[in-house]
Design a binder for this molecule. Structure first.
Ligand code: ZN
Ligand code: ZN
Length: 255
């Protein structure tokens, strides 16, 4: 299984409009962060987790031309606003299933009503269809996916585990029971917004606490805000086997 970080930035991306942090003016490409999303290549299938406003750019720069499914963590714009840009992919390869919580599907139907309007079936719309998921295992063909549910301030969010890999973003609070689903991982990707406390995201210390409890072989931090500082500086203070992700980073997870 191969994972590619399509974006590793918080909702505003880095650089952020009008923000005067060092990371926003850095020449290091690792400090340029599009909105958070990953590509999972598994059993000859391409899945993306989330489809934010940078989706088009992310597909072009990674040269991905086919997406077999989209999994949504939650409905916030930084995770869903690029849905219309799946058009050329769906024209070429057919309808794309979108896997999401029933609340998220409802929200997308409101915001992208023309996508789901069967009566006025406009051929130029992206061809997608929803598959509602609950907090229990589901399969995309042969691939088993275990959702993890947690809170992002007052909003429920899904993370996803496939085999010994898991992607968890926009986490603030998680129950012990759900956290236990993240044990025995080779690779955990976890959000870590910045150094200071935040009401809807865990910060660096809280992310490291979870990682120390869960003990994945490797952990990568994502959904990073400009105030995390420079990539090169932050990497220096991380524990062994914890890394700051960056856009374009590819990791192989053994099956
Ligand atoms: Zn987000
Ligand atoms: Zn969010």
């Amino acid at each position: 299984m191969k994972i590619t970080f399509l974006g590793t930035g918080t909702s505003t991306g880095i650089p952020t409009i009008g923000v005067n942090r060092e990371s926003c003016f850095s020449d290091d490409p690792k400090d340029n962060r599009l909105r958070s999303s990953i590509l999972i290549e598994c059993d000859n299938k391409n899945f993306v987790v989330d489809c934010g406003p940078d989706f088009r750019q992310q597909m072009l720069r990674t040269k991905i031309t086919r997406v077999d499914a989209i999994l949504f963590t939650h409905e916030h714009a930084d995770h869903t606003a690029g849905l219309d840009d799946v058009r050329p992919i769906s024209f070429k390869h057919g309808k794309i299933p979108i896997y999401a919580h029933t609340r998220v599907v409802k929200n997308l139907k409101k915001r992208f009503d023309y996508l789901f309007d069967k009566k006025n079936d406009y051929p130029g719309s992206p061809h997608v269809y929803p598959i509602i998921i609950e907090n229990k295992k589901f399969n995309i063909e042969e691939i088993e996916i275990l959702p993890i549910t947690y809170m992002h301030h007052k909003l429920q969010v899904f993370g996803f585990r496939i085999k010994n890999f898991a992607y968890v973003t926009d986490l603030k609070m998680i129950t012990k029971e759900e956290l236990n689903k993240l044990k025995n991982l080779d690779v955990l990707i976890l959000n870590s917004l910045r150094h200071n406390e935040h009401y809807s995201h865990i910060n660096l210390t809280q992310a490291i606490d979870h990682i120390e409890e869960l003990k994945p072989k490797k952990a990568f931090l994502t959904h990073i805000a400009p105030d995390m500082g420079l990539h090169s500086e932050t990497e220096k203070i991380l524990p062994k086997s914890v890394f700051l992700a960056f856009d374009g980073l590819e990791i192989i997870v053994d099956d």
